[in-house]
Design a binder for this molecule. Structure first.
Ligand code: BEZ
Ligand code: FE2
Length: 407
Protein backbone atom coordinates (compact mmCIF):
# COMPACT_ATOMS: atom_id res chain seq x y z
CA UNK A 1 0.00 0.00 0.00
CA UNK A 2 1.12 3.59 -0.67
CA UNK A 3 -0.11 6.82 0.89
CA UNK A 4 0.01 10.22 -0.78
CA UNK A 5 -0.90 13.43 1.03
CA UNK A 6 -1.10 16.20 -1.59
CA UNK A 7 -1.89 19.84 -0.75
CA UNK A 8 -4.86 19.73 -3.15
CA UNK A 9 -6.95 17.05 -4.86
CA UNK A 10 -9.02 17.72 -7.98
CA UNK A 11 -11.26 14.68 -8.34
CA UNK A 12 -12.00 16.31 -11.06
CA UNK A 13 -15.55 17.16 -9.96
CA UNK A 14 -14.50 18.28 -6.46
CA UNK A 15 -11.52 20.33 -5.32
CA UNK A 16 -10.38 19.60 -1.75
CA UNK A 17 -7.46 19.91 0.63
CA UNK A 18 -6.56 18.08 3.85
CA UNK A 19 -7.13 14.56 2.52
CA UNK A 20 -4.62 11.81 1.90
CA UNK A 21 -5.11 8.77 -0.34
CA UNK A 22 -4.21 5.14 0.32
CA UNK A 23 -3.79 3.09 -2.86
CA UNK A 24 -2.21 0.07 -4.46
CA UNK A 25 -3.60 -0.86 -7.89
CA UNK A 26 -6.81 0.91 -6.92
CA UNK A 27 -7.69 3.69 -4.51
CA UNK A 28 -8.60 2.13 -1.14
CA UNK A 29 -9.29 5.08 1.14
CA UNK A 30 -9.43 8.88 1.14
CA UNK A 31 -9.23 10.71 4.49
CA UNK A 32 -7.04 12.54 7.01
CA UNK A 33 -3.37 11.45 6.82
CA UNK A 34 -3.18 10.23 10.42
CA UNK A 35 -6.27 8.03 9.97
CA UNK A 36 -4.75 6.38 6.90
CA UNK A 37 -1.37 5.93 8.62
CA UNK A 38 -3.16 4.21 11.52
CA UNK A 39 -5.10 1.94 9.16
CA UNK A 40 -2.11 1.12 6.93
CA UNK A 41 0.96 1.38 9.24
CA UNK A 42 3.25 -0.36 6.70
CA UNK A 43 2.31 1.89 3.80
CA UNK A 44 5.00 3.76 1.87
CA UNK A 45 4.55 7.57 2.09
CA UNK A 46 5.12 9.26 -1.29
CA UNK A 47 7.43 12.33 -1.53
CA UNK A 48 5.72 15.48 -2.69
CA UNK A 49 6.73 18.70 -4.43
CA UNK A 50 5.60 22.03 -2.92
CA UNK A 51 2.05 23.15 -3.81
CA UNK A 52 1.27 19.61 -4.91
CA UNK A 53 -1.89 18.74 -6.79
CA UNK A 54 -3.21 15.23 -7.37
CA UNK A 55 -5.65 14.70 -10.23
CA UNK A 56 -6.71 11.78 -12.45
CA UNK A 57 -4.57 10.85 -15.46
CA UNK A 58 -5.91 12.21 -18.75
CA UNK A 59 -7.70 10.01 -21.30
CA UNK A 60 -7.32 10.75 -25.01
CA UNK A 61 -10.31 9.06 -26.65
CA UNK A 62 -9.29 9.58 -30.30
CA UNK A 63 -5.83 9.25 -31.87
CA UNK A 64 -4.52 7.71 -35.13
CA UNK A 65 -1.04 6.46 -34.19
CA UNK A 66 -0.23 5.11 -37.67
CA UNK A 67 -0.01 8.68 -38.99
CA UNK A 68 2.49 9.82 -36.34
CA UNK A 69 5.24 10.49 -38.94
CA UNK A 70 3.46 13.55 -40.28
CA UNK A 71 4.93 16.94 -39.44
CA UNK A 72 4.50 19.27 -42.44
CA UNK A 73 3.66 16.85 -45.28
CA UNK A 74 -0.11 17.27 -45.37
CA UNK A 75 -2.19 20.14 -46.76
CA UNK A 76 -4.22 22.04 -44.16
CA UNK A 77 -7.07 24.54 -44.52
CA UNK A 78 -9.81 22.47 -46.19
CA UNK A 79 -11.15 18.93 -45.75
CA UNK A 80 -10.88 17.74 -49.38
CA UNK A 81 -7.42 19.24 -50.03
CA UNK A 82 -6.30 17.48 -46.82
CA UNK A 83 -7.95 14.17 -47.84
CA UNK A 84 -6.29 14.29 -51.31
CA UNK A 85 -2.94 14.98 -49.62
CA UNK A 86 -3.46 12.01 -47.24
CA UNK A 87 -4.20 9.71 -50.19
CA UNK A 88 -1.15 10.98 -52.07
CA UNK A 89 1.23 10.72 -49.09
CA UNK A 90 -0.34 7.77 -47.28
CA UNK A 91 2.23 5.15 -48.30
CA UNK A 92 5.20 7.38 -47.44
CA UNK A 93 3.67 8.47 -44.13
CA UNK A 94 2.53 5.04 -43.01
CA UNK A 95 5.70 3.23 -44.15
CA UNK A 96 7.76 6.08 -42.67
CA UNK A 97 6.22 5.47 -39.25
CA UNK A 98 8.21 2.59 -37.78
CA UNK A 99 7.46 1.02 -34.41
CA UNK A 100 9.96 3.55 -32.95
CA UNK A 101 7.90 6.41 -34.39
CA UNK A 102 4.68 5.01 -32.90
CA UNK A 103 6.36 4.25 -29.56
CA UNK A 104 7.62 7.79 -29.43
CA UNK A 105 4.09 9.18 -29.99
CA UNK A 106 2.86 6.93 -27.15
CA UNK A 107 5.70 8.15 -24.90
CA UNK A 108 5.00 11.79 -25.75
CA UNK A 109 1.35 11.30 -24.76
CA UNK A 110 2.47 9.83 -21.42
CA UNK A 111 4.78 12.81 -20.80
CA UNK A 112 1.77 15.08 -21.30
CA UNK A 113 -0.18 13.17 -18.62
CA UNK A 114 -2.19 10.85 -20.91
CA UNK A 115 -2.62 7.57 -19.01
CA UNK A 116 -5.22 5.99 -21.32
CA UNK A 117 -6.12 6.40 -24.98
CA UNK A 118 -8.42 5.17 -27.72
CA UNK A 119 -6.36 4.36 -30.84
CA UNK A 120 -8.13 4.13 -34.20
CA UNK A 121 -6.10 1.62 -36.19
CA UNK A 122 -6.50 1.49 -39.99
CA UNK A 123 -3.91 -1.19 -40.76
CA UNK A 124 -2.96 -2.85 -37.47
CA UNK A 125 0.59 -1.47 -37.74
CA UNK A 126 0.23 0.18 -34.32
CA UNK A 127 -0.93 -3.01 -32.57
CA UNK A 128 2.44 -3.95 -31.08
CA UNK A 129 3.08 -0.44 -29.73
CA UNK A 130 -0.44 -0.24 -28.29
CA UNK A 131 -0.18 -3.74 -26.80
CA UNK A 132 3.07 -2.89 -24.99
CA UNK A 133 2.21 0.73 -24.07
CA UNK A 134 2.27 1.65 -20.38
CA UNK A 135 -1.18 3.24 -20.78
CA UNK A 136 -4.62 1.68 -20.79
CA UNK A 137 -5.71 1.30 -24.43
CA UNK A 138 -8.94 0.80 -26.32
CA UNK A 139 -7.71 -0.39 -29.73
CA UNK A 140 -10.35 0.48 -32.34
CA UNK A 141 -9.93 -1.70 -35.44
CA UNK A 142 -11.22 0.45 -38.27
CA UNK A 143 -13.59 -0.71 -41.00
CA UNK A 144 -13.67 1.32 -44.23
CA UNK A 145 -15.05 0.70 -47.73
CA UNK A 146 -18.09 2.05 -49.54
CA UNK A 147 -17.88 -0.12 -52.66
CA UNK A 148 -20.07 -3.25 -52.48
CA UNK A 149 -17.71 -5.24 -54.75
CA UNK A 150 -14.82 -4.68 -52.31
CA UNK A 151 -16.91 -5.53 -49.23
CA UNK A 152 -15.86 -9.16 -48.71
CA UNK A 153 -12.14 -8.48 -49.03
CA UNK A 154 -12.28 -5.44 -46.75
CA UNK A 155 -14.37 -7.25 -44.17
CA UNK A 156 -11.94 -10.21 -44.19
CA UNK A 157 -9.01 -7.87 -43.57
CA UNK A 158 -10.95 -6.12 -40.78
CA UNK A 159 -11.73 -9.47 -39.10
CA UNK A 160 -8.11 -10.58 -39.19
CA UNK A 161 -7.01 -7.29 -37.57
CA UNK A 162 -9.77 -7.61 -34.98
CA UNK A 163 -8.69 -11.19 -34.22
CA UNK A 164 -5.06 -10.10 -33.85
CA UNK A 165 -6.01 -7.40 -31.35
CA UNK A 166 -8.28 -9.79 -29.45
CA UNK A 167 -5.33 -12.15 -29.10
CA UNK A 168 -3.45 -9.51 -27.07
CA UNK A 169 -3.43 -10.64 -23.47
CA UNK A 170 -2.57 -7.59 -21.39
CA UNK A 171 -4.59 -6.13 -18.55
CA UNK A 172 -5.63 -2.64 -19.57
CA UNK A 173 -5.73 -3.44 -23.32
CA UNK A 174 -9.19 -3.72 -24.88
CA UNK A 175 -10.26 -4.34 -28.47
CA UNK A 176 -12.87 -2.11 -30.06
CA UNK A 177 -14.36 -1.35 -33.48
CA UNK A 178 -14.21 1.86 -35.52
CA UNK A 179 -16.62 2.46 -38.40
CA UNK A 180 -14.79 5.07 -40.47
CA UNK A 181 -17.74 7.32 -41.44
CA UNK A 182 -21.21 7.41 -43.08
CA UNK A 183 -19.73 8.30 -46.48
CA UNK A 184 -16.99 5.66 -46.52
CA UNK A 185 -18.55 2.44 -45.18
CA UNK A 186 -21.26 0.40 -46.91
CA UNK A 187 -24.29 -0.20 -44.64
CA UNK A 188 -24.00 -3.99 -45.02
CA UNK A 189 -20.47 -3.82 -43.61
CA UNK A 190 -21.60 -1.53 -40.79
CA UNK A 191 -24.38 -3.96 -39.81
CA UNK A 192 -22.01 -6.95 -39.78
CA UNK A 193 -19.39 -5.11 -37.70
CA UNK A 194 -21.93 -3.74 -35.21
CA UNK A 195 -23.39 -7.22 -34.75
CA UNK A 196 -19.91 -8.39 -33.71
CA UNK A 197 -19.59 -5.39 -31.38
CA UNK A 198 -22.93 -6.27 -29.75
CA UNK A 199 -22.14 -9.98 -29.47
CA UNK A 200 -18.72 -9.33 -27.93
CA UNK A 201 -19.67 -6.16 -26.05
CA UNK A 202 -16.94 -4.10 -27.74
CA UNK A 203 -16.66 -0.32 -27.56
CA UNK A 204 -17.40 1.36 -30.90
CA UNK A 205 -16.48 4.66 -32.50
CA UNK A 206 -17.11 6.48 -35.81
CA UNK A 207 -16.38 9.82 -37.46
CA UNK A 208 -19.64 11.70 -38.00
CA UNK A 209 -20.41 15.03 -39.69
CA UNK A 210 -16.86 16.32 -39.72
CA UNK A 211 -17.00 18.53 -42.81
CA UNK A 212 -19.48 20.61 -44.77
CA UNK A 213 -18.53 18.39 -47.73
CA UNK A 214 -19.84 15.37 -45.78
CA UNK A 215 -23.13 17.19 -45.00
CA UNK A 216 -23.68 18.10 -48.67
CA UNK A 217 -22.73 14.67 -50.00
CA UNK A 218 -24.96 12.77 -47.54
CA UNK A 219 -27.92 15.15 -47.95
CA UNK A 220 -27.80 16.02 -51.66
CA UNK A 221 -25.06 13.97 -53.39
CA UNK A 222 -23.43 17.33 -54.09
CA UNK A 223 -20.53 19.47 -52.90
CA UNK A 224 -16.77 18.93 -52.68
CA UNK A 225 -17.12 15.17 -52.24
CA UNK A 226 -18.96 14.79 -55.60
CA UNK A 227 -15.84 14.87 -57.84
CA UNK A 228 -13.96 12.76 -55.26
CA UNK A 229 -16.55 9.97 -55.35
CA UNK A 230 -17.23 10.31 -59.09
CA UNK A 231 -13.56 10.14 -60.08
CA UNK A 232 -12.00 7.85 -57.46
CA UNK A 233 -14.81 5.47 -56.58
CA UNK A 234 -17.21 5.77 -59.57
CA UNK A 235 -20.11 6.59 -57.25
CA UNK A 236 -22.72 9.26 -57.83
CA UNK A 237 -24.64 8.87 -54.60
CA UNK A 238 -23.88 8.42 -50.91
CA UNK A 239 -24.10 4.92 -49.41
CA UNK A 240 -25.86 6.20 -46.24
CA UNK A 241 -27.86 9.26 -45.28
CA UNK A 242 -26.92 10.78 -41.92
CA UNK A 243 -30.08 9.48 -40.27
CA UNK A 244 -29.81 6.00 -41.82
CA UNK A 245 -26.27 5.86 -40.49
CA UNK A 246 -27.31 6.85 -36.95
CA UNK A 247 -30.19 4.36 -37.08
CA UNK A 248 -27.68 1.52 -37.59
CA UNK A 249 -26.10 2.41 -34.21
CA UNK A 250 -29.39 2.41 -32.30
CA UNK A 251 -29.00 0.23 -29.21
CA UNK A 252 -25.20 0.40 -29.22
CA UNK A 253 -23.92 3.66 -27.73
CA UNK A 254 -20.89 4.85 -29.67
CA UNK A 255 -18.18 7.50 -29.53
CA UNK A 256 -18.98 9.82 -32.47
CA UNK A 257 -16.02 11.98 -33.45
CA UNK A 258 -16.27 15.61 -34.67
CA UNK A 259 -20.08 16.11 -35.02
CA UNK A 260 -19.71 19.69 -36.28
CA UNK A 261 -22.24 19.92 -39.10
CA UNK A 262 -25.22 18.30 -37.37
CA UNK A 263 -28.83 19.47 -37.13
CA UNK A 264 -31.21 19.43 -34.14
CA UNK A 265 -32.81 16.13 -35.19
CA UNK A 266 -29.41 14.40 -35.26
CA UNK A 267 -28.48 15.87 -31.87
CA UNK A 268 -31.76 14.50 -30.49
CA UNK A 269 -30.86 11.06 -31.84
CA UNK A 270 -27.35 11.27 -30.36
CA UNK A 271 -28.92 12.02 -26.98
CA UNK A 272 -31.70 9.41 -27.34
CA UNK A 273 -29.22 6.63 -28.17
CA UNK A 274 -26.68 7.58 -25.48
CA UNK A 275 -23.85 8.35 -27.89
CA UNK A 276 -20.88 10.42 -26.80
CA UNK A 277 -19.30 13.08 -29.03
CA UNK A 278 -15.51 13.51 -29.27
CA UNK A 279 -14.49 17.10 -29.96
CA UNK A 280 -11.04 17.53 -31.58
CA UNK A 281 -10.60 21.33 -31.76
CA UNK A 282 -7.11 21.53 -33.31
CA UNK A 283 -7.95 19.00 -36.03
CA UNK A 284 -11.21 20.80 -36.82
CA UNK A 285 -9.40 24.12 -37.22
CA UNK A 286 -6.55 22.72 -39.33
CA UNK A 287 -8.87 20.88 -41.73
CA UNK A 288 -11.12 23.93 -42.16
CA UNK A 289 -14.14 22.20 -40.63
CA UNK A 290 -15.25 25.04 -38.33
CA UNK A 291 -16.07 24.87 -34.64
CA UNK A 292 -18.46 22.45 -32.97
CA UNK A 293 -21.38 24.10 -31.14
CA UNK A 294 -20.74 22.82 -27.60
CA UNK A 295 -23.64 24.84 -26.22
CA UNK A 296 -26.02 23.07 -28.65
CA UNK A 297 -24.69 19.71 -27.45
CA UNK A 298 -25.28 20.78 -23.83
CA UNK A 299 -28.78 22.01 -24.72
CA UNK A 300 -29.61 18.57 -26.13
CA UNK A 301 -27.86 16.85 -23.17
CA UNK A 302 -25.42 15.15 -25.54
CA UNK A 303 -22.31 13.92 -23.70
CA UNK A 304 -18.99 15.14 -25.13
CA UNK A 305 -15.27 14.53 -24.69
CA UNK A 306 -12.15 16.27 -25.94
CA UNK A 307 -9.52 14.42 -28.00
CA UNK A 308 -6.40 15.17 -30.02
CA UNK A 309 -7.09 13.21 -33.23
CA UNK A 310 -3.84 11.97 -34.85
CA UNK A 311 -0.68 13.78 -35.90
CA UNK A 312 -2.13 13.79 -39.43
CA UNK A 313 -4.27 16.70 -38.22
CA UNK A 314 -2.41 18.01 -35.17
CA UNK A 315 1.07 19.20 -34.18
CA UNK A 316 1.08 17.56 -30.73
CA UNK A 317 -0.77 14.79 -28.86
CA UNK A 318 -1.25 16.91 -25.74
CA UNK A 319 -4.66 17.16 -24.07
CA UNK A 320 -3.66 20.16 -21.91
CA UNK A 321 -2.85 22.02 -25.16
CA UNK A 322 -6.04 20.71 -26.79
CA UNK A 323 -8.22 21.89 -23.89
CA UNK A 324 -6.56 25.31 -23.95
CA UNK A 325 -7.32 25.64 -27.67
CA UNK A 326 -10.95 24.63 -26.99
CA UNK A 327 -11.16 27.27 -24.28
CA UNK A 328 -10.20 29.98 -26.78
CA UNK A 329 -12.14 28.49 -29.72
CA UNK A 330 -15.47 28.62 -27.86
CA UNK A 331 -15.16 32.28 -26.94
CA UNK A 332 -18.90 32.77 -26.40
CA UNK A 333 -19.09 30.00 -23.79
CA UNK A 334 -18.69 30.96 -20.10
CA UNK A 335 -14.96 30.61 -19.34
CA UNK A 336 -14.51 28.93 -15.94
CA UNK A 337 -17.38 26.40 -16.37
CA UNK A 338 -15.94 25.44 -19.78
CA UNK A 339 -12.52 24.78 -18.21
CA UNK A 340 -14.16 22.48 -15.63
CA UNK A 341 -16.24 20.70 -18.27
CA UNK A 342 -13.14 20.16 -20.43
CA UNK A 343 -11.23 18.59 -17.53
CA UNK A 344 -14.19 16.33 -16.74
CA UNK A 345 -14.38 15.44 -20.42
CA UNK A 346 -10.83 14.01 -20.51
CA UNK A 347 -11.10 12.18 -17.18
CA UNK A 348 -14.32 10.88 -15.62
CA UNK A 349 -16.47 11.25 -18.76
CA UNK A 350 -13.89 9.71 -21.11
CA UNK A 351 -13.48 6.76 -18.73
CA UNK A 352 -17.25 6.20 -18.69
CA UNK A 353 -17.51 6.33 -22.48
CA UNK A 354 -14.55 3.98 -23.01
CA UNK A 355 -15.65 1.61 -20.23
CA UNK A 356 -12.49 2.12 -18.15
CA UNK A 357 -12.35 2.06 -14.32
CA UNK A 358 -10.28 5.24 -14.03
CA UNK A 359 -10.64 8.99 -14.60
CA UNK A 360 -11.55 9.90 -11.04
CA UNK A 361 -9.86 10.19 -7.63
CA UNK A 362 -12.42 8.05 -5.80
CA UNK A 363 -12.41 4.87 -3.72
CA UNK A 364 -12.56 1.78 -5.96
CA UNK A 365 -11.13 3.49 -9.06
CA UNK A 366 -7.80 2.45 -10.58
CA UNK A 367 -4.97 4.62 -9.26
CA UNK A 368 -4.21 6.37 -12.60
CA UNK A 369 -3.09 9.74 -11.27
CA UNK A 370 -0.97 12.81 -12.02
CA UNK A 371 1.03 14.66 -9.38
CA UNK A 372 1.59 18.27 -10.44
CA UNK A 373 3.53 21.15 -8.90
CA UNK A 374 1.47 24.35 -8.83
CA UNK A 375 3.19 27.68 -8.28
CA UNK A 376 1.03 28.76 -5.35
CA UNK A 377 -2.00 27.70 -3.34
CA UNK A 378 -4.86 27.29 -5.85
CA UNK A 379 -8.03 29.38 -5.80
CA UNK A 380 -11.52 28.30 -6.88
CA UNK A 381 -10.58 28.75 -10.56
CA UNK A 382 -8.01 25.93 -10.44
CA UNK A 383 -9.40 24.11 -13.56
CA UNK A 384 -8.96 27.26 -15.62
CA UNK A 385 -5.40 27.85 -14.38
CA UNK A 386 -4.53 24.21 -15.04
CA UNK A 387 -5.35 24.75 -18.71
CA UNK A 388 -3.54 28.07 -18.96
CA UNK A 389 -0.34 27.38 -17.02
CA UNK A 390 0.88 23.93 -18.14
CA UNK A 391 2.16 23.14 -14.62
CA UNK A 392 4.97 20.56 -14.48
CA UNK A 393 3.87 16.93 -14.04
CA UNK A 394 6.16 15.50 -11.34
CA UNK A 395 4.92 11.91 -11.21
CA UNK A 396 2.51 9.74 -13.19
CA UNK A 397 0.86 6.65 -11.73
CA UNK A 398 -0.96 3.95 -13.70
CA UNK A 399 -2.62 1.17 -11.70
CA UNK A 400 -0.78 2.58 -8.68
CA UNK A 401 2.70 2.17 -10.19
CA UNK A 402 4.97 5.11 -10.95
CA UNK A 403 5.35 5.08 -14.75
CA UNK A 404 7.06 8.44 -15.05
CA UNK A 405 8.98 10.77 -12.72
CA UNK A 406 10.10 14.18 -13.96
CA UNK A 407 13.84 14.08 -14.72
C1 BEZ B 1 -14.06 4.55 -49.34
O1 BEZ B 1 -13.37 3.55 -49.18
O2 BEZ B 1 -15.14 4.50 -49.85
C2 BEZ B 1 -13.54 5.88 -48.86
C3 BEZ B 1 -12.35 5.97 -48.17
C4 BEZ B 1 -11.90 7.20 -47.72
C5 BEZ B 1 -12.63 8.34 -47.95
C6 BEZ B 1 -13.83 8.25 -48.63
C7 BEZ B 1 -14.30 7.02 -49.08
FE1 FE2 C 1 -10.00 10.75 -36.65
Amino acid sequence: MKIINPDTILSPVHQSSGSAIAFDKTIHAIGPLQELLDTYPDAELIDLPRNSLLMPGLINPHVHLEFSANRTELTYGGFLPWLYSVIEQRDDLVNGCSIDCINSAVKDMLKCGITAFGAVSSYGLDLEAAATAPQKVVFFNELIGSQAQMADALFGDFISRLNASEAVDREGFHSGIAIHSPYSVHPILIKKALQIAKDKNLVTTAHFMESLAEREWLDKNEGDFKPFFNDFLKQNSAVNSAEEFLELFRGHSTLMTHVIHTNDKELEILHRDGHTVIHCPVSNRLLGNGAIDLDALEKHSVKWLCGTDGLSSNYKLDLFEEMKIALFMHSETALAPLASRLLESVTINAANALGLNCGEIAVGKDADMLLLELDSEPNEQLPLHLLLQHYPIKKIFIDGKVVKTEE
